[in-house]
Design a protein around this ligand. Structure first.
Ligand code: GDP
Length: 297
């Protein structure tokens, strides 16, 4: 189950406080130490942990809290609020273009769930807005990637523009956008190439595609199971592409929580959606407060 270890550790930190009628500063210090360890073990970015603990401690040692009738309850609330703030306060909607099409560029490392997310997002847009998206297959390095996008497109009833693997992805995007203009598609979703790791050639190609397509949204798809590495990947992509949002996948797995809790603070960019399964309907809007509740169990 996602966040299992983190939830258990946080509950343990609180149970120490709950047992006491009156909570002292030294009790708060003990529980802060446990919270700090819980976050580090969940693979949360070190700087994020530091700031988190500092903020909670500052609020928790306030006289009103310690002298209140339910100090433990109040500290739990402070932690809950800080978890929410760390992940971004409120849900952030998709950026839309004032005129059609809204162009969404999907980027990410291979295996993160990019192609699956393209399908899920299409399905969501069709269901919620009766949208008519066009998918552009711009991953020419793995022949299987185009086939996979075709399969995904078919399963959600969305056409795929592709030119095989012999054309430069920049040209594919140009022609795909021209096709979308002719067909009056309201959304264009560009499936770009993923690599096993960030490399210069990939980044240059993505930067070029950005220049050509002027996307309204550059969504980075990251695998939540990879924790701290997901945060580093997000930082790398953001520095180069100035992404507009993140999709965190595989939250149905037993992710420890590090990516969910670090990405917003490290990149400043919002997590917009979460993937919670392999099926096409398992994409949900990311609500920081709900995620905080889920983490606190
Ligand atoms: P890409 O290489 O980034 O395009 O990744 P794919 O879309 O091919 O996904 C890689 C694998 O992860 C596939 O087996 C997907 O079914 C799986 N996957 C993607 N998103 C999720 C998710 O949210 N939960 C789970 N459990 N699996 C996912």
């Amino acid at each position: 189950m996602a966040f299992e270890g983190l939830s258990e550790r946080l509950q343990k930190a609180f149970s120490g406080l709950r047992r006491k009628g009156k909570v002292t500063e030294s009790d708060v210090r003990d529980s802060m130490r446990e919270i700090r360890l819980a976050l580090l073990e969940a693979d949360v970015n070190f700087g994020v942990v530091k700031e988190f603990v500092k903020n909670v401690r500052e609020k928790a040692v306030g006289a009103e809290v310690l002298e209140s009738l339910s100090p433990a309850q109040q500290i739990i609330k402070i932690v809950n609020d800080e978890l929410t703030a760390t992940m971004g306060e409120a849900a952030v909607p998709l950026n839309k273009s004032p005129h059609i099409p809204t162009i969404i560029m999907m980027v990410g490392l291979q295996g993160a769930g990019k192609t699956t997310t393209v399908g899920k997002l299409s399905k969501r847009l069709i269901q919620q807005e009766k949208a008519r998206p066009l998918l552009i297959a711009a991953d020419v390095y793995r022949p299987a990637a185009i086939d996979q996008l075709q399969v995904v497109g078919k399963s959600v009833g969305v056409p795929v523009f592709e030119m095989g693997t012999d054309t430069d992805p920049r040209e594919i995007v140009r022609q795909g956008l021209a096709q979308a203009a002719l067909q009056h598609n309201d959304y264009v979703i560009i499936d770009t190439a993923g690599r096993l790791q960030i490399d210069e050639k990939l980044m240059t190609e993505l930067a070029d595609i950005k220049e050509i397509a002027h996307p309204n949204e550059i969504l980075l798809v990251v695998d939540s199971m990879t924790g701290q590495a997901a945060t580093d990947v997000a930082k790398g992509f953001d520095e180069r592409l100035d992404i507009t949002g993140v999709v965190l996948t595989k939250l149905d797995g037993d992710t420890r929580g590090g990516a969910a809790l670090s990405i917003r603070k490290v990149t400043g960019k919002p997590i917009k959606f979460i993937g919670q399964g392999e099926k096409m309907d398992s994409l949900d809007v990311f609500y920081p407060d709900r995620m905080a509740n889920r983490i606190l169990g």
